[in-house]
Design a protein around this ligand. Sequence first.
Ligand code: FAD
Ligand code: SIN
Length: 534
Amino acid sequence: MQTDFLVIGSGIAGLTYSLKVAKQFPDKKVLVITKTQADETNTKYAQGGIAGVWDEAKDSFDKHIEDTLIAGDGLCNEKIVEIVVKEGPERIREIINYGASFDKDEKGDYALGREGGHSEFRILHHKDVTGKEMERALLDEVSRTPNIEIINHCFVVDIITQHHLGFLVTKSTLDITCYGVYVLNLHSNKIEKILSNITLLATGGCGQAYRTTTNPRIATGDGIAMVYRAKGRIENMEFIQFHPTALYEPGVSPSFLITEAVRGDGGILRNKNGEAFMEKYDARKDLAPRDIVARAIDNEMKKTGTEHVYLDCRHMDREKFIHHFPNIYEKCLSIGIDAMQQFIPVAPAAHYSCGGVKTDEHARTSIQNLYACGECASTGLHGANRLASNSLLEAMVFGHRAYLDVVEHYHELAGTFAVKEIPDWNAKGTSEPREMILITQSLKELQQIMSDYVGIVRTDVRLARAMKRLDLLFTETEELYRNTKVSPQLCELRNLISVGYLIVKAAEFRKESRGLHFNTDHPQKSELLQNIIL
Ligand code: FAD
Ligand code: SIN
């Protein structure tokens, strides 16, 4: 298969870009591939909303910029922050024009929410299911755009570069170029190649590297691992954001999120003894940035010997709560908790990857003809910690910027693939997997290692131990990969091991505590502001 525009991923990043490119080039096909169903994305599960300066009487770009920089703890790229904050509202207007509906107040103005680290009310939302509404609006617009084709159940195994033509490619090769991808077509169970002039990676995050995560099963860091294997640049992987308040439900995965907007509307965190503890940790109390709240909860859990704390909403207005958070209210009721009368048990869960594939202000990666945006990318917006509700915004801003760059450089980028030279996938010598347990058990081990040794609080010894264990998992899994026919499960395991390695390696390099990375052996901030690029 051959296409001008290939997009890997059907979340907010991939679809924002696809719609723009398809409208600009109506006689060309935009091919979007996705590993399960088109709407099964992190995007669909976004709850709280999308941040943007909307009420200019009270809010301003400067305030949103300032809040983002404070959360990012010294490592944000200020130029990128300014770009995202200033271009964001226009992108929000576009998705409203596609048909996304955000809640309004009784006066007909957008009802703006507030979350941790935001100094103003600036979060547009659709009840507590904002992502579902945005994904719906994007997919509806795609269905009205005839030159976009979405192929479901098509798993990208690797991006094709000169390496596949037999050339030696190393980290110092300057012109590594993407010619397309090898995919496992889950309908035919065959590996096929898709050649493309321009590829956008929009594969989302990697929460599945951890035992407890808010991320759905698809979030296995595939794009990040593929780029790393192709010798592209990966940045700031140590900054994994743990959401403070996932519903505590042992044995249930992924964890159901209790949006930060609940605290924005007045929810209070309490420990086992019913004590509101956040004031001991930060003047902003329950609305401090996420790294601070998650660490405070972790500390309270350790001190009181419990596996969770509580979110108290009993004092909140019942009608307003049910109106704003119907999904959360129902979910709690389904497990026997009436949030208006009882505490909700909550615990932190891996939620968001602030680092990823390093990109520039046009969403270009270090690999030619390959763009990246959304959660798989590291644009410089988040620095050491993402401000709540900034990621949907970032995905739309950089989806748009990638599109602008593609339009500008289309004629240089077009026609680079050398169809005949690129070999078919070689499955010689491999056999059907005989024991799935080899994959499933290794996945459990990986998630256990990452949660126990590379979680909210880290130490040098824990990181060293994690690296040793990952090394063994890597060796075993590579052997399995060489000898068995590939399956999504095996590829995802392989990718998660790479992502785990990148997180640990970056964490080992960072000899300080900053933002989401807290190492008790290096509790201070270093004077040197640096991004870790691997
Ligand atoms: P995704 O939406 O995750 O899409 C990834 C796509 O890539 C999928 O289509 C997947 O199938 C495809 N893919 C991945 N690997 C492969 C492969 N190997 N082959 C083929 N296809 C592949 N952010 C906010 O700003 N506000 C919020 O309120 C908010 N709430 C959140 C709540 C939850 C529970 C979660 C999990 C996240 C939340 N986030 C929120 C974060 C935000 O939702 C994500 O960062 C964002 O949606 C990521 O979008 P994306 O397009 O980059 O990736
Ligand atoms: C939430 O709704 O609390 C999640 C918001 C986010 O991750 O940005």
